[in-house]
Structures are given as C-alpha cells and as structure tokens.
Design a protein around this ligand. Structure first.
Ligand SMILES: Cc1ncc(COP(=O)(O)O)c(C=O)c1O
Length: 422
C-alpha cells in the first residue's frame, strides 16, 4: 500500500465529530481498497487534465445539446415559480392523481406506443426496481455481458440468478435458456461503452420461442432514435413484442429521472411492488416540466437528431480511414480501445494535449485489458470540430502506436464487423 493510500484509513480531520469505526467496518473498507489494488492509479486512469475554454468536449451524454436549452430551462423556472417543489413525497401516495407527473407518463406512453409508463427517480432506479419486481428468487436472469450495471444490481436485489450471455448473441442466449429454463432477458438497445445496437428482432424471437420476459433498456436510444425520439424498439416496429422498456432521462434529455414503459397491468404492478417506487421520493414537478419541454424540443427540432447522426457518421468514417477500429460503433458513441491501463492513459493524455476530451472506461466497465476512450458525439459539434478531431487523431496515431493495439488487429476493414465482448 502506498503512503498516500494509508491516508485513506486514517481519519484526522474532525476527530471530535467522528466516532471510531467498529472493527467490522474498518475491515470492510480496508479489504475494498486492497481489492482495488491502487486507488490512486484508478483516479489517474479516470481523471485526466482540465479542459480549456476552446476544448472539444465529447464526455457527457447530452447528445442533442439540450442541457441549457432556453425552452427547457424556461419551463422549469415557470413551474418552480408557480408551485415551488410541490409535494416531495413517494408516488405511492399519488398514483391516482391526475397531476403533471401522470400527464407526462401518459404522454411518454403515447410517444413510445405503449399502454402506460411509470416515472422513476433515475434510470438506475427504473432498472433495479423493475428486475426486483418481476423476478422471483432463484429465477434465471439472462443478461447481455455488456448490459448496464443497474440491471445486474436488480438481479441481486431480487435474489435471482444472473446467467450472462455473449454480447449481442441471440444464439448463445437461446442455448443458455435451453440449459436453465425460462426467465427474464435483459439487454440494452444501444450499448453505452461501444455504440453497438442490439439485434432487437432476433431477441424478440428468442423471448417468444422460449417463454421469457424481454426487458430492453433504451437509456441511450431514447430521444436520439425513432419517431420524435421514441427509441429503437419503436423504430424497429417491435413495440408489441417487448414487455418492458426502461429509460434514464439523463442522456438525450440531459436531465435526471427515468421511466419504465409497458402494458397498463404491468405498470400498475410495478407501481405497487417496486421498492424504489415505494420508499423513495419521486422526481419534482419542475423536473417533469423540463421533461415535457425536452420532448417538445426533440419533436420540433429534428435537425438535432439529423445532425447527431451525421456527425457520428463523419467521425466514425474518418477514424476508420485513419486505421482506428470503430467497427462496433453503430451510433453516437465511439469507443477507441487502446487496451491496457498504460496504453489508455498514454492515449487519453495525448488526445487531451490536442484539446479533445472523452471519457476513459476500464474494468469492470469493460473486459480486463480492453480499456477504452469513449467519445460521445453530439449535435453541437461543428464541421470544424470534426475536422479538428480527425487531424488530432491522425497526429497522435503513431505516437501511441495504434497499429499495435489489440483492437486494431481485430479490425476487419470498412465493411467488416467485429464483436467486442465475444
Ligand atoms: C444503459 C444505461 N442504463 C441506465 C443508466 C442509468 O441511468 P441514470 O443515470 O438515469 O440513473 C445508464 C447510465 O449511465 C446507462 O448507461
């Protein structure tokens, strides 16, 4: 353990206010830090330099550039001025009210071509609460290996059994179901660490053939894909074949909050069974006003989605021409896999010196030694920005030895496909 790490175990700041940790808590914290082998290394991995004023930022998931949109901010301010924070309480006391929350749920359901929707505090709460609600103890839950952490957490919460299957591989899923029996299948529509889109129709076929429940997380696709941003299930015409869609409103909606979308019967079941719905306070009225305004903007300003997808295509094709492996980036997220921790730090630092900022993801968010620098493309990138990114990535290519990366060796050329998690 480094000297710096030792400091994490020695509380010296306010001893008068801090009781001594009992041995069981002390042991738990020490063990956690020991397992993470070097906290400071992790910090170094995840936090690079501070961007300057003219930096090109591709870090947040504000795909449509809505974080400061005047219509959205104005709607939130008006709602605050009218009613303050309103009732800050659990929705368990308010499900039968025809209020702003309920109106938004109805609107979301109509947009996503479903019978009903339930607003949640976040995408994380939607996923944990949903799996906890629909799974029985010991039931198999079939998770894509790259499915979001909150879906895995829901499995633990339900006391169910996680049965992972290979990323985007319906055939492997079906073999797992043949071995362990029907259960819940949980996938993301668009994967947050790769930009890979799930073969949704094939997963619907497997769910129907095997009698499984299908849950699709649309957190990254909602707002960016489908009619007026209704998501990839809607875009593929599969709304009648997916039992539950979940979403976080923290990406294209650039806020915080979440929802599940499903049949009216299942929505009601979720409302009264899901622990986060019962024991945690709902989103506030002015936040809902912001969601409403965001849906208006997404509908009224389709250029944002068009520009997002055009920017993605230009950046992806340009990086492909430069020899970077972007084969799995189907949409808006581009993950450049340098591999080891040292390689990703060198790459991230080189790119940041050029004034370009993405986010590093490493194990356990990626497989070990498959660390990535993730660029989240957005509609506010100008043509000059894209040209700037491509020139910078051309300049650093040899310095960081892209040719030697494992991902480069797996690259199959412009028309080929490679599967990151296989
Ligand atoms: C695929 C996916 N699902 C769910 C979530 C959680 O969403 P939220 O941030 O709204 O809790 C995230 C967030 O990163 C995500 O990427």
């Amino acid at each position: 353990m480094s000297v710096a790490n030792t400091a994490l175990f020695t509380r010296t700041h306010f001893p008068a206010f801090a009781p001594t940790d009992p041995a069981i808590l002390d042991a738990r914290i020490r063990q956690a830090y020991a397992e993470r082998d070097n906290l400071h290394r992790l910090d170094r991995l995840l936090n690079g330099s501070v961007p300057g004023a003219d930096a090109i930022l591709m870090r947040t998931n504000d795909y449509l550039g809505l974080a400061a949109h005047p219509r959205i901010i104005g709607a939130e301010i008006s709602a605050l001025e009218e009613g303050g924070h309103g009732d800050s309480l659990s929705r368990i006391f308010a499900h039968r009210r025809e209020d702003r929350h309920r109106a938004f749920e109805r609107r979301l359901a109509t947009l996503m071509k479903a019978e009903d929707a339930v607003l949640c505090m976040s995408g994380y709460c939607a996923n944990v609460g949903l799996i906890q609600t629909i799974a029985q103890p010991d039931m198999p839950i079939y998770l894509d290996m790259l499915a979001h952490a909150s879906l895995w957490e829901g499995v633990k919460s339900a006391g169910a059994v996680a049965r992972p299957f290979r990323h985007n591989d319906p055939g492997h899923l079906e073999r797992q179901i043949a071995a362990y029996g029907p259960g819940v299948i949980a996938i993301d529509a668009l994967y947050s660490t790769s930009g890979h889109i799930a073969p949704l129709a094939a997963f619907c076929d497997v769910a129907e053939r095997t009698g499984c429940v299908l849950v699709v997380d649309e957190t990254h696709s909602f707002g960016a894909h489908g009619t007026d941003g209704a998501g990839l299930v809607e875009a593929a015409g599969l709304t009648g074949r997916v039992h539950f869609r979940t979403l976080g409103l923290s990406k294209a909606v650039a806020s915080r909050g979440g929802a599940i979308v499903c049949s009216a019967r299942n929505a009601d079941f979720f409302r009264y069974e899901s622990m986060p719905m019962i024991f945690s306070t709902s989103v506030l009225a002015h936040e809902v006003a912001g969601f409403e305004a965001a849906l208006d903007v997404i509908r009224d300003e389709p250029w944002r989605r068009a520009r997002l997808h055009a920017n993605h295509a230009r950046l992806r094709d340009g990086l492909d021409d430069l020899g970077y492996n972007v084969d799995i980036s189907d949409s808006q997220i581009i993950a450049l896999e340098a591999g080891t921790d040292d390689a990703i730090i060198a790459f991230r630092d080189a790119v940041e010196r050029e004034g370009i900022f993405g986010s590093v993801f490493c194990a356990p968010a990626t497989p070990r030694n498959r660390a990535i620098l993730r660029f989240t493309v957005h509609c506010n990138l100008s043509d000059a920005d894209i040209r700037g990114v491509l020139s910078a990535l051309e300049r650093v290519r040899d310095e960081v030895d892209v040719a030697a990366w494992g991902s480069t060796r797996r690259r199959r050329g412009r028309n080929g496909r490679s599967v990151m998690a296989a």
